[in-house]
Design a protein around this ligand. Structure first.
Ligand code: AMP
Length: 117
């Protein structure tokens, strides 16, 4: 199910660069190359999961907790806590997921449109 040729796997292997925000042994966070908001970051797991569904079905409780705590840590680094933000995890074909490696989008820094929600 997991395809190790995806762009985020290449970033994790150091084959292509990223604009890094945060890294620990479990996750890597970096700025989206095509931002959809004033602040647009991505948080990815170092574990090889294709998306949210794959992650929740095949990871440990600790991995899930670590991932969500890392997202909040990145939110705090970005200074988005007070004014709020949006988390998006596109999952599968109908969501428009482009990169088949688990990632959370963090969008903020401005008032976000609500027309698609
Ligand atoms: P998704 O549609 O949820 O799979 O989102 C994939 C996101 O990855 C898109 O917002 C892209 O702009 C972003 N992206 C693709 N390649 C890169 C890259 N090399 N560095 C940073 N972001 C990227």
């Amino acid at each position: 199910m997991y395809d190790a040729n995806n762009v985020f796997a290449k970033i994790l292997r150091g084959e292509i660069p990223c604009n890094k925000i945060y890294e620990d042994e479990k996750v890597l966070a970096f700025y989206d190359i095509n931002p959809k908001a004033k602040i647009h970051a991505l948080v990815i797991t170092k574990g090889m999961y294709a998306n949210f569904q794959d992650f929740l079905e095949h990871s440990s409780d600790k991995e899930i907790t670590d991932f969500f705590r890392a997202i909040v840590h990145v939110v705090n680094i970005l200074g988005l806590k007070e004014d709020g933000y949006r988390i998006v995890m596109n999952t599968g074909k109908n969501s428009g997921q482009e990169v088949p490696h688990l990632h959370a989008h963090i969008l903020g820094g401005e008032v976000l449109p609500t027309d698609s929600l």
